[in-house]
Design a protein around this ligand. Structure first.
Ligand code: P6P
Length: 327
């Protein structure tokens, strides 16, 4: 693979001589510029005096970190300056914002997912979803199934700052080269291994899980003495971007399923700007992603901040989970 910059990639993403749609390329480059800025802010941490609480809460009822707000404001300003975003929606804001009426795209994002990890120097990230603009006011135009996404991706702020992106024809990764700030392609056509020996779930919630999830994890824990006849490893970074990046990189299954703690809540993660973009990446990387009943990308959204149960990753594992949920 030739080491192309993000701009060179967008000029011919499939190496067929056809460029990505012009306005989509403009938006994705603008997002990468914001990710570079956020990466710098995150990397300075305490030196920039931006760690800790902002003293406010978001629509999710969660405490906002200063960095959540700074990242949110950076992305909203970028959306405006790009000229190609009709409206934008953020985990950090209850209502969608009208940006440039008549522009071709809708932008959704979780500006800094896992931000509570930044104080303990653990990888976090920005997750974004791009939909085609649609008629309607407020949240209405955004309520499209994830399969409609024009593009989706995340930027993980870890030992490397890496942008992972799909335009609907495979998954590519771009690593930021610190001296230049350039995002340089470091992976093409990423494919999740169909088999794995690694699962990711917050085990402290075990007693609250539904039976199919409990049965699946029990079989993983039984290892070579049980029906899976192989030993498993467990990882839980509690930062979706970091956990999903690992799954895309070396396989595995990531689960944040419904549990009995709040039975009326389908799950902890949000459909529109967490599960949908991650599910498009995973499906484009030959993995699967479902909520216990449906493929996540097929869900017809009812609200901008609706939550969803998420089980995604290596095809074989997700299909086993699907079988256990089918009863
Ligand atoms: P728990 C981060 O707050 C987040 O939304 C995801 O990034 C992560 O996967 C999950 O919550 C972790 O949740 O309950 O294990 O702390």
């Amino acid at each position: 693979m030739t080491a192309r910059t993000l701009r060179e990639f967008l000029a011919d993403p499939n190496e067929t001589g056809d460029a990505a749609p012009r306005d989509l390329a403009i938006l994705i480059e603008a997002i990468s510029d914001s990710c570079r800025t956020i990466s710098y802010l995150v990397s300075r941490g305490a030196l920039a005096g931006v760690l800790g609480s902002a003293g406010t809460g978001n629509v999710q009822g969660e405490e906002q970190k200063q960095l959540d707000i700074l990242a949110n404001d950076e992305l909203m300003a970028m959306a405006k300056a790009s000229g190609v975003v009709a409206a934008a929606a953020s985990e950090e804001e209850e209502e969608a914002r009208t940006i440039s009426p008549g522009a071709p795209y809708l932008l959704l994002f979780d500006p800094l997912d896992g931000s509570s990890n930044v104080e303990v120097n653990v990888s976090i990230g920005t997750i974004f979803s791009i939909l085609p603009a649609a008629a309607g006011e407020g949240a209405a135009p955004f309520l499209q199934p994830g399969r409609n996404q024009s593009a989706a991706g995340y930027c993980v702020y870890g030992p490397q700052t890496t942008l992972v992106l799909t335009l609907g024809n495979g998954v590519a990764a771009f690593t930021m080269d610190p001296p230049t700030g350039q995002f340089v392609q470091t992976a093409a056509k990423i494919q999740i291994p169909e088999r794995t020996k690694e699962f990711a779930i917050n085990m402290s919630n075990m007693r609250h899980w539904a039976d199919p999830v409990r049965a699946y994890v029990d079989e993983c824990l039984a290892g070579e003495t049980g029906p899976r006849a192989k030993n498993f490893n467990m990882r839980w970074i509690a930062s979706m971007v970091a956990d999903v990046h690992r799954v895309l990189t070396r396989g595995g299954v990531f689960m944040y399923p419904w549990d009995k703690r709040e039975p009326n809540k389908p799950g902890k993660l949000r459909l529109m700007y967490e599960a949908n973009p991650m599910s498009l990446l995973v499906e484009q990387a030959v993995g699967k992603s479902f909520d216990g009943q449906h493929q996540i990308l097929d869900i017809q959204p009812a609200g901008l901040h609706q939550r969803v149960s998420v089980m995604l990753g290596s095809r074989e594992e997700v299909e086993l989970l699907e079988k256990k949920h089918a009863g």
